[in-house]
Design a protein around this ligand. Structure first.
Ligand SMILES: Nc1nc2c(ncn2[C@@H]2O[C@H](COP(=O)(O)OP(=O)(O)OP(=O)(O)O)[C@@H](O)[C@H]2O)c(=O)[nH]1
Ligand SMILES: [Mg+2]
Length: 254
C-alpha cells in the first residue's frame, strides 16, 4: 500500500502546527493509521505527539551556536540540513507503514516552498502520492488584495513543488459569518473578487487577478478551524478526491 504524504504549508503563524494536530486527532477518531512528522527545527513546543521530529537531529538553537548565525540564517541552514537526513527520514517513515503521513513544515513559508531541500524530500518520499494543504491566513485573506496576495503565494508553491494543492482558510472560527462567506465566495467565484478589488482601485492588483484567473489558479477554499474541528473532514475528503477520485494528476497540476 502506498503512503499518502500530506504537507501542511502556509505563511508564518497561519496555523500549520495546530492544523497538523487537528488532522492527527481526526485520523485517530476515524481509526485511520497515520504518522506525524515535525519538520520545524525552530518549534519551541508542538501540541501533538510527533512520531518523527527533526529536533531529534538538531534545533534552531544548535544551528545558531554551531554556525554562529542568527535565527533567520539558522532556519535556512536547517532547511538545507533536512536534505542530508532524507534517507533516515524515509527509512523511519517506511518502517511505520501508516497510510497517511502528516508533515508539519517550518514557520516561514519560503523555507519550505523555495528551498531545494523540500523538493529533494518530496521526491525521495513519493512525489506521486504527495499533496500540500496550503493555509490562507484569515486576517490577511479578509481584504481583497490580501486574498489575492495569498493566492499568488499559494500558486508560486505549486510552481516550485509540483504537487497538488488543497486550499484551506485557517482559523475560520475567528471570522464572522459574513467575512467567511465573502472570502469563500471570492475563491469560488473569481468575478466577485474582481468586483471587490475594483473598489480598491489598484491597477496592479487587477493585472495580477487576470493573470491568476487565466492560469486557472482559483480553486474553492475549504474553511477550517483547528479549535472547533470545523472543516477537517472536508480536507480529508479533498485529499481522497485527489488520490482516489479518478482525476488525472496532470490535470490537477495543469
Ligand atoms: N482561533 C484559532 N486559533 C488558532 C487556530 N489554529 C491555530 N491557532 C492559533 O494561531 C497561532 C499560530 O498557530 P500555529 O499552528 O502555531 O501556526 P504555525 O503556522 O504552525 O506557526 P509557525 O510554525 O510559527 O509559522 C497559535 O497561537 C494558535 O493557537 C484555529 O483554528 N483557531
Ligand atoms: Mg508551526
Amino acid at each position: 500500500m502506498d503512503q499518502v504524504f500530506i504537507y501542511v504549508t502556509g505563511t508564518a503563524g497561519s496555523g500549520k502546527t495546530y492544523l497538523t494536530k487537528a488532522l492527527a486527532e481526526w485520523f485517530d477518531l476515524k481509526k485511520l493509521d497515520h504518522y506525524v512528522v515535525n519538520l520545524d527545527p525552530g518549534a519551541d513546543f508542538v501540541p501533538y505527539s510527533a512520531d518523527l521530529d527533526v529536533r531529534e537531529w538538531f534545533t534552531l538553537e544548535d544551528i545558531m551556536n554551531r554556525y554562529n548565525v542568527g535565527p533567520n540564517g539558522a532556519q535556512i541552514i536547517g532547511a538545507d540540513l533536512v536534505s542530508t537526513l532524507v534517507d533516515d527520514i524515509k527509512e523511519e517513515i517506511e518502517l511505520s507503514s501508516s497510510e497517511y503521513v502528516i508533515i508539519d513544515t517550518p514557520g516561514q513559508l519560503e523555507l519550505f516552498t523555495l528551498r531545494e531541500s523540500s523538493r529533494i524530500l518530496i521526491n525521495a518520499l513519493n512525489p506521486e502520492r504527495s499533496v500540500m494543504v496550503y493555509l490562507f491566513d484569515p486576517v490577511v485573506s479578509k481584504t481583497p488584495s490580501g486574498f489575492l496576495s495569498i493566492l499568488f503565494m499559494a500558486s508560486s508553491a505549486i510552481f516550485r513543488l509540483e504537487i497538488p494543492q488543497v486550499l484551506a482558510l485557517s482559523k475560520a472560527d475567528i471570522l464572522t459569518e459574513g467575512e467567511l462567506e465573502r472570502v469563500v465566495e471570492w475563491s469560488q467565484d473569481p468575478e466577485s473578487l474582481y468586483d471587490s478589488l475594483n473598489l480598491e482601485r489598484k491597477t496592479l492588483n487587477l493585472e495580477l487577478f487576470l493573470m491568476l484567473r487565466e492560469a486557472g489558479f482559483f480553486r474553492p477554499l475549504i474553511p477550517v478551524s483547528a479549535v472547533t474541528g470545523y472543516g477537517i473532514e472536508d480536507i480529508y475528503d479533498a485529499i481522497q478526491e485527489i488520490f482516489y477520485g479518478g482525476d488525472d494528476l496532470e490535470r490537477i497540476l495543469f
